[in-house]
Design a binder for this molecule. Structure first.
Ligand code: NAD
Ligand code: LMR
Length: 328
């Protein structure tokens, strides 16, 4: 058995938290040899609900769960943290402008970045799930100057998994035959799900499908607007699939991506693929020795260039807005 790993989940009493915590405690985040000590961070009015979830976690008698702490104090929640899952965020409500949303979330992710900077373990890995995830990750990272920016990631894995599922349905191939999908850009409707380098059973996906109209008019909008379609159908945003994607992201980060494949990670750009350095954007990445590395050398055709640039322009707009608000 390894020593226990400190895993902090913010927004622990929310719907993603409820779908996530039991999977973490059962060993699906870090594997069957790694006990976890959970820290649940919530706002004060939600502490009681978080306590209820903790009671249920106790009632599962998970052999790998070595402790649970519940707090509304970010400093306590992130003290010694190894894995930080930043799920809690301010949702957009009726009449709220984009700047209001960015400002409200700045009020959450600035102090959390500071608390991570002050107390996290030296190997801390951060995944931001709360929307707007890429820009929230940028805010948190910019308030944690002592933590390498590469340790702050935003979740593109749900979009990645959605793209695999749609491509499998179109081709009739099992999902296990699909590899090398990439989600570029923002976790928003502007994202670019790219199958031009993807493979279906080892063959190029775009050539296998050979249907540009489906790609442009069906696949891309279906994947990019799936979050809104789930909200419309369920009356609430995706929760179990989002929790599943968070588990996939961290598991691969710690244990490595599957041989011969890559995944999509919201990570800091180093300027590769003409994306401005410093932005947190969806990129193709492999986890090598516990660190994400950008997959290099993919050919970007004119169609892809336009799509990537459009989503990156949205990220630049969000970055400029939070800069103007003094949040980074
Ligand atoms: P939810 O409203 O059910 O839960 C959010 C929880 O966060 C609430 O319990 C709230 O009390 C808590 N919270 C708010 N401010 C906090 C703070 N400062 N510190 C700690 N906790 C705080 O929402 P949900 O359905 O669990 O979704 C959470 C976030 O994840 C939303 O922003 C949603 O848009 C986003 N999301 C992202 C993806 C993705 O792929 N990146 C997918 C689905 C949902
Ligand atoms: C999703 O992709 O399901 C969510 O990000 C949608 C949302 O707005 O919460």
């Amino acid at each position: 058995m390894n020593s226990p790993v400190n895993v902090t989940v913010t927004g622990a009493a929310g719907q993603i938290g409820y779908a996530l915590l039991f999977r973490i405690a059962s060993g699906q985040l870090l594997g069957p040899d790694t006990p976890v000590s959970l820290r649940l961070l919530e706002i004060t009015p939600a502490l009681k609900a978080a306590e209820g979830t903790a009671m249920e976690l106790d009632d599962c008698a998970f052999p790998l769960l070595s402790g649970i702490e519940i707090t509304d104090d970010a400093k306590k929640a992130f003290d010694g943290v190894n894995i930080a899952l930043l799920v809690g965020a301010r949702p957009r409500t009726a009449g709220m402008e984009r700047a209001d949303l960015l400002s409200a979330n700045g009020g959450i992710f600035k102090p959390q970045g500071e608390a991570i900077n002050a107390g996290a373990a030296s190997d801390v890995r951060v995944l931001v799930v709360g929307n707007p995830a890429n820009t929230n990750a940028l805010i948190a990272a910019s308030h944690a100057p002592d933590v390498p920016t590469e340790r702050f990631t935003a979740m593109m894995r749900l979009d990645h998994n959605r793209a695999i599922s749609q491509l499998a349905a179109k081709t009739g191939a099992p999902v296990s035959d699909i590899s090398k999908v990439t989600i570029w850009g923002n976790h928003s409707a502007s994202q670019f799900p790219d199958i031009l380098h993807a493979e279906v059973a080892g063959k190029n996906a775009a050539q296998t499908v050979n249907d540009q109209a489906w790609y442009e008019n069906d696949f891309i909008p279906t994947v990019a607007k799936r979050g809104a379609a789930i909200i419309e159908a369920r009356g609430a945003s995706s929760a179990a699939s989002a929790a599943n994607a968070a588990i996939d992201h961290v598991y691969d980060w710690v244990n490595g991506t599957a041989e011969g494949d890559w995944t999509s990670v919201g990570m800091v750009s180093d300027g590769s693929y003409g994306i401005p350095a410093g932005l947190i954007t969806g990129l193709p990445a492999r986890s090598v020795n516990g660190s994400w590395e950008i997959v290099q050398g993919l050919e970007i055709d004119e169609f892809s260039r336009g799509r990537i640039d459009a989503s990156v322009a949205e990220l630049v707009g969000e970055r400029d807005a939070v800069k103007e608000l003094g949040l980074i």
